[in-house]
Design a protein around this ligand. Structure first.
Ligand code: THU
Length: 163
């Protein structure tokens, strides 16, 4: 028997002004996207912005539905849209901004498990990391260098063998 600790490097910026300029710009686009989220049921708005290798930025925000499970998170709206618009282009980074009508979100909200899995698919596909920037409505910004960092023991297509 052996025990192994799995860890990753989390970079914590005090606020968005500490970010390198290109990441601040990306986060600004996530914040802008958050402001047009459709979240009438949860009153929790999330915006995401994906920086593509070709310099384009693709945004998404959460889209809710009266039939709750039919809605989709901001991160998946963004990466699916990026995959649809630029099928052969790599994704470099995703920034996510979250806020609530009911309370101040001053710590970054981690992407849900389904979104981690969805982003991970593109990382595997392109064979290069997608970094993740997270912020609440205000407060610290968390950065990790790869979605794999926050999806340990991930399930990927290598388990499916040759299909
Ligand atoms: N949500 C996201 O958009 N991203 C996440 O990573 C977590 C949750 C959305 C889904 C739903 O519209 C609302 O936040 C509350 O769960």
């Amino acid at each position: 028997m052996k025990k192994q600790h799995l860890g990753f490097e989390l970079i914590i910026y005090d606020d968005e002004n500490e970010l390198p300029a290109f990441e601040k710009r990306l986060l600004d686009k996530a914040i802008k996207a958050r402001k047009s989220a459709y979240a009438p049921y949860s009153n929790f708005q999330v915006g995401a912005a994906v920086l593509m290798e070709n310099g384009e930025v693709v945004i998404g925000n959460n889209q809710e539905n009266a039939s709750y499970p039919s809605g989709l998170c901001a991160e998946r709206v963004a990466v699916f849209q990026a995959g649809a618009l630029y099928p052969g282009v790599g994704m470099l980074a995703i920034a996510v901004s979250a806020a609530s009508n009911n309370h101040l979100v001053d710590v970054p909200a981690g992407p849900c498990g389904n979104c981690r899995q969805a982003i991970f698919e593109y990382e595997v596909k392109q064979k290069s990391p997608i970094s993740v920037l997270l912020q609440g409505e205000k407060g610290p910004v968390f950065k990790c260098g790869s979605i794999s960092d926050i999806l340990p023991l991930a399930f990927g297509n290598s388990f499916l063998g040759d299909s």
